[in-house]
Write a new protein. Structure first.
Length: 114
């Protein structure tokens, strides 16, 4: 789909139409029914996926240690908690910074960018 907006002249539309004349429309990709998750690597969950291990220790609501590290701004040690879960076989890490005493968006952004 090509075109213009308010203020676009008929001449501009004609030139746009000429520039794409003869070009085939893009092929719309077929979407997979399988969920995919991305981070550093894509993880696709398929029907034959036996087990997807979720690391849940990077959750300020569920891990006292992780919550303390985040509150104390010891984010390097908090990242080590996530790394330990990956080293232990976790395919996905559940990171939660939703706590009243934290600025959740800032804490999450800082943590994920380390």
């Amino acid at each position: 789909i090509v075109g213009g907006c308010c203020g676009t002249t008929p001449e501009h539309i004609r030139q746009v139409a000429e520039s794409v004349a003869g070009l085939a429309p893009r092929v719309v990709p077929v979407e997979s029914e399988e969920p995919s998750f991305s981070g550093l690597e894509v993880l696709t969950v398929r029907a034959d996926s036996n087990l997807i291990m979720v690391g849940e220790r990077t959750n300020v609501s569920g891990s006292r240690r992780f919550a303390r590290l985040v509150r104390e701004n010891d984010l390097e040690s908090a990242v080590a908690v996530a790394q330990q879960q990956v080293d232990g076989g976790a395919n996905v890490i559940d990171v939660n910074m939703d706590e009243a005493l934290l600025d959740g968006p800032v804490a999450m952004t800082t943590f994920l960018n380390l």
